[in-house]
Design a protein around this ligand. Structure first.
Ligand code: ADP
Ligand code: MG
Length: 600
């Protein structure tokens, strides 16, 4: 008999299992979603490899998932005809935490301890121990002509591995869960079917559940036939005729028939016509595909036809990803398919500009080769077409959200992803104008709810020719700045730029408004700001004041010497006696502060 080897889990796996079992107890059903999603990943890999090497599928062509339960034994079995695992892969995949998703989950749990977070991470294979006290994994990979069996008992810190003499798998993996006593109800095909419909309806491979169904069958009704015969006999006797046998009476009987029954649609949602897909289906697809637990704020589903053909569904998520430290991080947010075969979710950099990395979605093209690589993508003309379309549709989706009644959703969107749009204004010159309409800033007249530049313009004073802004590290600081006071006193609105990216955004934009007569965006803290509102009288008064103050100016120049470039008399202040301003072409004080903080 093959020798059995015993291994000890990485300490972290032990810890992860503790966390999973303790925090997910009331949500144990997720184990099925996790195991089905692993099966689906393994099937994706098999299909992908078979494109270049059809022998991968030899002996078993169907790519599918089969689930069966045995009430008497208290087991549940999930089998897939995916890529399977070699001995090495079993050891490295099911005994360690190699994947970054789990690691992030562990860190998040350590810092927040919030089990709701789990929905965002997907806890993976180990969730099997939520319902099982013993898990058996049999697997066979086309890379190795041997079947292996991996087995672990919950809470034992160990697992065993040996060659599986049953050797009944052509390819793929069979996971058998020996259900805990209090999870025995999972060994019920009705329950399983319900869970599949709830969590796994968008899996692109057939999911078949072995289940009973009452099937109608016509059978002879002996009682009815006897009564009919009696009646016929009686009638015959009355007439004095010999009786003859009647036609048997039939009835419908229901018989329980067990069979493998298909329980999911397995037709990719993006290949359906948008009018046949419900809002709920789009939302569920989003949550299932990207492991999100909030509904998206918006989606767009489109087919591009012509020289190149592709279809896509894009989503604006309902919240910023938990683990996102900076927006430049790649997020596997665009899944690329070629002719419905999943290719990769690591090409999002080629398919979307960085600032739109928060937009999630799927893209399916029939014009790319199935063995597409990053090199091919980067050279490809169709990728440029796709990318352009994805950007365009993403922006349109945001424009629509901004135009939506009430504005609540756009507010949520802006809080989560506004910073990305500002980066977009800086980076994407081609779409700068469209993106600038999406911008929102706090202002002296709208301190609570950030305002759009169009709203700002609608409130401008009749002679006002510039859009004024003040950059500072908070609304309070901006409001308290001496430069702001004179403008606000005259009823001129000042935008408060409070995020580090804001100034770069506004400086790159430079002008906003009507194409022919746009308004300059003017930093009120810089030299040379003239108030367009000033009338002749005010100008004369200012000149007179400047003359009066000449001795003070001379004195200050002497006193401050090298430390200032110049000293001038200004009309910009109201209550404050003086203010330090930056020269027109220098960095603003706020920018200097930011640069200093970044240099550290
Ligand atoms: P993830 O799916 O996020 O990688 P899991 O904990 O769910 O993490 O699974 C760990 C790894 O185990 C997978 O990455 C995969 O390599 C392997 N694995 C799990 N289930 C299967 C399966 N049914 N077929 C092949 N490999 C599998
Ligand atoms: Mg998984």
């Amino acid at each position: 008999p093959p020798t059995e080897e015993t291994f000890t889990y990485q300490a972290e796996v032990d810890r992860l299992m503790d966390i999973i079992v303790n925090s997910l107890y009331s949500n144990r059903e997720v184990f099925l979603r996790e195991l089905v999603s692993n099966a689906s990943d393994a099937l994706d890999k098999a299909r992908f490899l078979s494109v270049t090497d059809p022998s991968v599928l030899a002996g078993r062509e169907e790519l599918e998932i089969r689930i069966s339960a045995d009430k008497d034994k208290g087991t549940l079995t999930i089998e897939d005809s995916g890529i399977g695992m070699t001995r090495e892969q079993l050891l490295s995949n099911l005994g360690t935490i190699a994947r970054s998703g789990t690691r992030k989950f562990m860190e998040a749990m350590a810092s927040k301890g919030d089990s709701n977070l789990i929905g965002q991470f997907g806890v993976g294979f180990y969730s099997a121990f939520l319902v099982a006290d013993r898990v058996r994994v049999q697997s066979r990979s086309p890379e190795e002509p041997r079947q292996w069996v991996w087995e672990a008992v919950a809470g034992s810190h160990q697992y065993t591995l040996k060659e599986d003499t049953v050797a009944d798998l052509v390819r793929g993996t069979r996971i058998t869960l020996h259900l805990k006593e209090d999870a025995a109800e999972m060994a019920d095909p009705v329950r399983i079917t319900r869970l599949i419909k709830q969590y796994s309806q968008f899996i692109a491979f057939p999911i078949k559940v072995y289940s009973p169904k009452k099937e109608p069958r016509k059978v002879v009704d002996p009682e009815g036939t006897r009564r009919k015969q009696e009646a016929a006999d009686k009638k015959a006797a009355e007439k004095g005729e010999p009786s003859s046998p009647v036609e048997p009476v039939m009835k419908t009987e229901y018989e329980e028939v067990w069979d493998w029954r298909l329980e999911n649609e397995n037709k990719p949602i993006w290949t359906r016509s948008p009018k046949d897909v419900s809002e709920t289906a789009y939302n569920d697809f989003f949550k299932a595909t990207f492991g999100e637990f909030l509904d998206p704020l918006a989606h767009v589903h489109f087919n591009v036809e012509g020289t190149f053909e592709f279809s896509a569904i894009l989503y604006l998520p309902g919240m910023a990803p938990f683990e996102q430290q900076n927006m430049m991080q790649r997020s596997k947010s665009i899944k690329l398919y070629v002719k419905r075969v999943f290719i990769s979710d690591e090409f999002d950099e080629d398919l979307m500009p960085r600032y739109l990395s928060f937009v999630k979605g799927v893209v399916d093209s029939s014009d790319l080769p199935l063995n597409v690589s990053r090199e091919i993508l980067q050279e490809s003309r169709i990728v440029r077409v796709i990318r352009k379309q994805l950007v365009r549709r993403s922006i349109e989706m945001m424009e629509e959200l901004a135009a939506k009644e009430g504005g609540e959703d756009y507010k949520t969107f802006w809080e989560a992803f506004g910073r990305n749009i500002k980066y977009g204004v800086v980076e994407d010159t081609e779409n700068r104008e469209k993106l600038s309409k999406l911008l929102r800033f706090h202002s002296s007249q709208s301190e609570e709810n950030p305002t759009s530049l169009d709203e700002y313009i609608s409130r401008m004073k009749p002679k006002q020719k510039s859009i004024y802004y003040m950059a500072a590290d908070s609304v309070q600081a901006a409001r308290a700045a001496p430069f702001v006071e004179a403008l606000v006193a005259r009823g001129i609105e000042v935008l408060y730029l409070t995020e580090p990216i804001d100034e770069a955004c506004v400086t790159n934009l430079a002008k906003y408004g009507d194409k022919d007569t746009p308004y300059d965006l003017v930093d009120v803290s810089k030299e040379g700001v003239t108030l367009d509102e000033e009338g002749e009288e005010e100008k004369a008064a200012a000149e007179a004041a400047a003359k009066d103050m000449q001795p003070v100016v001379e004195f200050l120049k002497k006193a401050l010497g090298e430390r200032v470039e110049k000293v001038t008399v200004s009309t910009r202040l109201l209550d404050s006696p003086c203010a330090l301003v930056t020269s027109k072409f220098g960095w603003s004080a706020n920018m200097e502060r930011i640069m200093r903080s970044q240099a550290m």
